[in-house]
Write a protein that binds this ligand. Structure first.
Ligand code: DAU
Length: 354
């Protein structure tokens, strides 16, 4: 199968590409315009492989998208390109509207024009897989059941509202035009190549450097953590076996409070690289909360597990240990980001320490 994949130099997209290249025979056209969070190193080793092509194009460039469809005649689309950081969406929502909503619209239109002109049987087998987030469902109280594919939408941040809009467009293009689309909604990912603005890589790098560890609010917010390589495997199963019109909620059943996550990172680093200053837990600082901070996300993955024949392999303890070791072993990658793109000041968290 020839898969046209957007956002393949991003954190989750690059994990999907590594999985496709290392464990399947599919070919990949990676459309990635290389924003600040993209990393060419994460897929660089495939650049000489005839099964892999990188087209540096923005999904808002409709003419270029149409040409790429004609040039490669893909059998399927996996749409991962997105602006994804909630804090950034609060500071500047415009880029989220542009990429997540308008960009998805452009990709749907390019796909629709291409698919409408396909001959059978390629037309029959074509699939458009939209990769989305559990944040579209809003947030949960402690006593509420985890999200599943029937949970009503209730996004609460500019980021999640933009992803919810893109989900609605994807369903509308199926119902209105017959484009064979389906959606996966996934919970928090973590693992190698995660850009150091999100909780786990930010805390890991700060803890390695002996810097303060910013925890928003009181640290009781809950996220359900899925190791990115497990997610990549689920997404590849979904493009192979997913049914147009369906929705799959993907998670690992590993909910933790933010404080538990930060303490786990401190304890593992203390074990691997003890410091004379004592435990890194002393570096934890409670800082001003994120506006509209969602309290709890948790996914019920039962339906996806049954339909896709997939189950997450890593529990949080195994995945976080691998992740921390990866950051220790790949300093060259993140040091460059810290030096060139991040200029240090956001590494300490954007909030003032309380
Ligand atoms: O649920 C899936 C979503 O998970 C994805 O759709 C998003 O793209 C992804 O960014 C993530 O959203 P979160 O807002 O949950 O991720 P983040 O790593 O930014 O924050 C995780 C939790 O940690 C959240 O409760 C906020 C908190 N936090 C975050 C940072 C960056 C802190 O306490 N301190 C921090 O410095």
């Amino acid at each position: 199968m020839i898969i046209l994949l957007t956002g393949g130099c991003g954190f989750i997209g690059s994990a999907v590409i590594r999985h496709l290249m290392n464990k399947t025979k599919h070919s990949i056209i990676n459309i990635d315009c290389m924003t600040y969070a993209a990393s060419v190193e994460s897929t660089a080793k495939f650049l000489k492989d005839s099964r892999y092509k990188h087209e540096q194009t923005n999904i808002n460039d409709l003419n270029s998208l149409k040409k790429i469809f004609q040039k490669y005649s893909p059998d399927a689309v996996m749409h991962l390109a997105a602006e994804s950081h909630v804090d950034r969406s609060i500071d500047g929502p415009g880029a989220f509207i542009e990429t997540n909503i308008i960009g998805t619209y452009n990709l749907l239109e390019a796909s629709r024009e291409y698919w409408s002109n396909l001959e059978y049987p390629q037309k029959d087998h074509f699939k458009f897989h939209h990769i989305s987030t559990d944040e579209v469902f809003g947030h949960l109280e402690l006593n509420e059941s985890p999200f599943n594919k029937n949970t009503p939408y209730n996004p609460r941040s500019p980021y999640s509202a933009s992803k919810a809009s893109s989900d609605h467009l994807v369903r509308a293009w199926r119902d209105t035009y017959g484009l064979p689309t389906f959606i996966t909604n996934t919970t928090n990912n973590y693992g190698p190549w995660h850009f150091p603005e999100k909780l786990i890589p930010l805390i890991t790098l700060n803890a390695i450097h002996g810097k303060q560890l910013p925890v928003y609010g009181d640290g009781t917010n809950i996220r359900d953590w899925l190791f990115v390589e497990d997610h990549a495997e689920a997404l590849v199963k979904a493009i192979e076996y997913g049914e147009p019109g369906d929705t799959y909620t993907i998670g690992a059943r590993q909910p933790r409070t933010n404080l538990q996550v930060v303490e786990a990172i401190c304890d593992i680093l203390d074990e691997i690289q003890p410091t004379p200053e004592g435990t890194r837990r002393q570096l934890i600082r409670y800082v001003a909360d994120r506006p509209g901070h969602d309290f709890r996300y948790e996914i019920d993955p039962t339906y996806a597990e049954q339909k896709l024949g997939w189950k997450a392999k890593h529990n949080f303890e195994a995945g976080i240990r691998k992740t921390i070791q990866w950051y220790l072993d790949n300093r060259m990658w993140w040091q460059k980001i810290l030096d060139q793109r991040y200029a240090g000041q956001r590494l300490g968290g954007k909030n003032n320490v309380r």
